[in-house]
Write a protein that binds this ligand. Sequence first.
Ligand code: PGA
Length: 274
Amino acid sequence: MMAEEGVAGGSRSAGRGPAFLVPDQLERSRLRRRMLVGNWKMNQPADVSEYLQQISSRAATLSSISVAIAPPATLLAQISRSRDILAAGQDCHKSASGPFTGAVSAALLRHAGASLVLIGHSERRAEGDTDQTVRSKLERAWAAGLTPILCVGETMADVQRGLVGSRVAAQVLAGVPEDEPSAPLIVAYEPVWAIGTGRTPTQEEVGAAAAAIRQALRKRISIRAEQTTILYGGSVTPTSVLALCGVSDIDGFLVGSASLSASDIVSIMEAIAS
Ligand code: PGA
């Protein structure tokens, strides 16, 4: 693995191997930080500057939560210049560099100002990312000093066969290597059947999946599993978030379509912070 230098706004975590760049907001409390990550996918709000101004001024008053936006890579630099908003990549390539037209490496994301990156989103898995690809990308993220947000989640067929816990646990065990005890990690539980559908699991279902994720994390990263932030994602809106805020193992949310609206994001931020 290679370690890279030179991105402002973060601090180095201790440990062997490459030096990881942990965003200051996350470093202040490595303990299960409350968090909201907006995933714009291949979209952007009509007026990006106005959007950023609205959410960063509210984020500045809600210091108990970290707010990140994962825009298309073309907008990362603009997001990273925003006060109180972290920039996240939506994906990175499994290779460090090379002849991969159209792809973006973890190191390039970091150079563009990202401090986090989504890894293994179900829309990337649907395009061919295997568990092995996901693990390679996660290692590339760490090598570049980014905090990976590992996305896991079951299909409706898994739900019908009673395989939710075993599916998400298997994805965690496949995606997280055993040999990086000091590397920062966030996990997002995103049921595939809830993404973009307007359907959400119950509190009990989310709690059971999050518990299975944390149990799998214990096998990989031992004691730090208790301190790992776990997000929920899938049709989160200012309304649906209210029921899901009460799940004890869930520390925040990964929000897709609602994140294109500044007022929806501000409402969700306020729900998480309250
Ligand atoms: P959604 O997307 O909020 O539009 O369901 C969530 C995601 O894909 O991360």
